[in-house]
Design a protein around this ligand. Structure first.
Ligand code: ADP
Ligand code: MG
Length: 377
């Protein structure tokens, strides 16, 4: 656990403190994201935790022990630190870069070698290919991953990450974020993560601390912050799309309706009967291989077919169903992305895949209720 108690940092020659009377607690195993515009004191806060900067006043505790009672070098060796500039040594190989801290700890050679390979595997780089390369031979994303591996080398319980994915392009960043979230589910490290990007904060944080000019303006879970911004500054910082942002906190599975009414092409004439019998809102059309090729809704059916089912109306129904070929998402898709797809395809329903099987559907109405509700958990 990391605790800051009334911490202030006034740099020499500055009139206003970079960090102003900050109190904050980061629970063990949680990721706390410090977010705010440039110059609001995020990096200063982070660097006071591992004593790269000393506070002007206040106390910082790690597991209830004041950091200033620790030797700064020992403290830094026990805390992983990742920065945007990555800071890999250019004339050292990837393996040498990763083994800096283990060497300081005096680990035997063989143990270091094993750990380097283990870490490279963990971050998705082939040790055989990567370990003897120099940083300049890697892509930005690969360098960033090596930076993360280096910070994790001695498996420190605490990691400080200062805009770790800030220097890579959006696609690589998204990928690195996903990978890091996956790792963190297993590692359960206590992490302070700095970013100026509110979307990254919402994605990565168990808790978010919003800073403004050295002061903490709000501290809470992403959902709390999106549902109840503390003041106008926070609302503005989050942006007008806060409802949509909140939808990025949940996966489709929380709203999947387990309703599955299937019909093969050859049974199309029975569609109306089937949909009535099963009291279904939508009916999925399946091809000969049992794959769903689209769906029609009860409403659409009512519009096309009244009493008799003629060839022409059947063809229309078939066309409507087939126009929904793309209208499927996975149960792990974010609600935000499902909503986006509904708008793009102009449909109020999407089929939902779960481990390769059609599990049911998600509806626009349910997404709307979820986002207007008290937060929807
Ligand atoms: P952030 O990481 O949120 O962008 P910083 O913590 O780097 O912000 O900086 C906070 C404030 O402190 C800024 O106004 C910055 O100019 C100032 N500052 C940062 N480092 C120093 C320093 N070494 N000396 C004087 N002022 C500094
Ligand atoms: Mg900074």
């Amino acid at each position: 656990m990391i605790e800051l108690i009334e911490v202030t940092k006034l740099y020499k020659g500055q009139m206003v403190p970079a960090v102003d009377n900050l109190s904050l607690k980061v629970e063990k195993g949680e990721t706390c994201v410090f977010v705010g515009s440039s110059g609001c004191g995020k990096s200063t806060t982070l660097r006071m935790i591992n004593r790269m900067i000393e506070p002007s006043s206040g106390t910082i505790l790690i597991d209830n022990k004041a950091v200033k009672e620790n030797d700064p070098d020992k403290l830094r060796m026990s805390i992983g630190y990742v920065i945007q500039q990555i800071g890999l040594l250019p004339h050292r190989t990837v393996a040498e870069n990763i083994s800096i801290v283990p060497r300081l700890h005096g680990w035997p050679k063989e143990k270091i070698k094993q750990r380097v390979d283990q870490l490279l595997n963990l971050i998705g780089l082939d040790p055989e290919v990567t370990r003897n390369k120099y940083p300049s031979q890697l892509s930005g994303g690969q360098m960033q991953r090596v930076g993360v591996a280096r910070a994790m080398a001695v498996d420190p319980p605490i990691m400080l990450m200062d805009e770790p994915f800030g220097a890579v392009d959006p696609i690589a960043r998204n990928y690195l974020q996903d990978e890091f979230l996956r790792l963190q589910q297993v590692m359960k490290k206590t992490i302070c993560f700095v970013t100026h990007d509110i979307n990254e904060a919402i994605k990565m944080g168990d808790k978010i601390a919003i800073f403004d000019q050295g002061k903490l303006v709000q501290y809470g879970t992403p959902q709390e912050i999106l549902s109840k911004p503390a003041n106008d500054f926070v609302s503005d910082f989050i942006g007008y799309d806060r409802v949509v942002k909140k939808l990025s906190l949940f996966q489709v599975k929380v709203l999947t309706r387990r309703q599955r009414c299937f019909l093969s092409e050859s049974e199309l004439t029975n569609l109306w009967q089937k949909i009535k019998d099963e009291e279904a809102e939508v009916c999925f059309l399946v091809d000969a291989d049992g794959h769903s090729t689209g769906f029609v809704t009860r409403e659409e059916l009512a519009r096309q077919v009244t009493t008799s089912v003629d060839t022409e109306s059947l063809e229309k129904i078939r066309q409507i169903a087939l126009s929904r070929r793309e209208a499927f998402v996975r149960d792990t898709t974010l609600l935000r992305d499902a909503l986006s797809l509904m708008l793009e395809l102009d449909t109020e329903y999407l089929g939902v895949w779960e481990s390769g099987k059609l599990a049911g559907m998600i509806t626009l109405g349910d997404i709307r209720k979820h986002s207007c509700g008290k937060g929807g958990e």
